[in-house]
Design a protein around this ligand. Structure first.
Ligand SMILES: C[S@@+](CC[C@H](N)C(=O)[O-])C[C@H]1O[C@@H](n2cnc3c(N)ncnc32)[C@H](O)[C@@H]1O
Length: 232
């Protein structure tokens, strides 16, 4: 992890109305391919119940329910993000399979050993207490259940990294600010990614939270990483 304090998280309520549009534009649509990659690791079938922490506007929950046929419970601290998520769920007629609830990662409002898997996309970086959030995910997953974490990372190839950082640190805050009206939110994104543990360092946090057989797969030349672990 880069030294120095982590930047203060932005209130997602303020950018909720533009969140999906900006995700697609600023990632050139690749964000959905990354979510698809995560979802392929979930169990297949309506008997499985999956937790989506920091569900936001429910893109990951929707994809999991549609592709894997499972039930999904999503939770988040932003009511405005979830309000958009609920509209999308209704629109896709998936109300019976997806439920969104208010809840913080650090104090999940669920009994221990409830879910067959827990997942989080672009959420762990925003947790107030990362260790507590991961431990809570471990607590609510059943023994043998999987945790899947999708998060941005910084590419290692020097040339690609230089190009990517120019885009990430300069262009993205400008475009994000222009479209959302909240430039700070899109300055926070690269700042928080640069300060966030990645690769082996993040795997150690997963292990400390009680997950085993941990793996990390880098996606799109290292712009994102998919972490996996199993609760024994
Ligand atoms: C970048 S968005 C990701 C949303 C969604 N998972 C996706 O793939 O688009 C981050 C989300 O994390 C939520 N969040 C931030 N801190 C949280 C916490 N401590 N507990 C639960 N959710 C949190 C925010 O409200 C926001 O909706």
């Amino acid at each position: 992890m880069t030294n120095g304090p982590r930047p203060k998280p932005i209130p997602f309520d303020e950018i909720a109305h533009r969140y999906d549009l900006l995700n697609r534009l600023l990632s050139f649509g690749v964000d959905q391919l990354w979510r698809k990659k995560l979802v392929k690791n979930l169990p297949l079938g309506s008997e499985y119940h999956i937790l989506d922490v920091a569900t936001g506007t429910a893109d990951l929950a929707l994809m999991a329910a549609r592709r894997q046929g499972c039930r999904v419970t999503g939770c988040d601290v932003s009511e405005k993000m979830m309000a958009i998520g609920r509209q999308k769920i209704r629109h896709k007629n998936l109300d019976e399979r997806i439920t969104l609830l208010s809840g913080a990662a650090e104090n999940l409002p669920f009994e221990s050993n409830t879910f067959d898997a827990a997942m989080v996309a672009f959420g762990v970086r925003n947790f107030n207490n990362l260790i507590k959030g991961l431990s809570e995910m471990q607590r609510v997953v059943k023994p043998g259940g999987i945790i899947l974490v999708l998060e941005f990372s910084i590419p290692e190839n020097h040339i690609f990294k230089a190009l990517y950082l120019f885009y990430f640190l300069k262009l993205l805050p400008f475009l994000g600010g222009l479209i959302s009206g909240n430039r700070r939110a899109y300055e926070y994104l690269p700042e928080s990614v640069l300060k966030f543990p990645q690769g082996q360092e993040f795997l150690e946090l997963l292990q400390n939270a009680g997950f085993h057989q941990t793996t990390c797969e880098t996606l799109t030349l290292g712009i994102a990483s998919l972490y996996r672990g199993i609760k024994q």
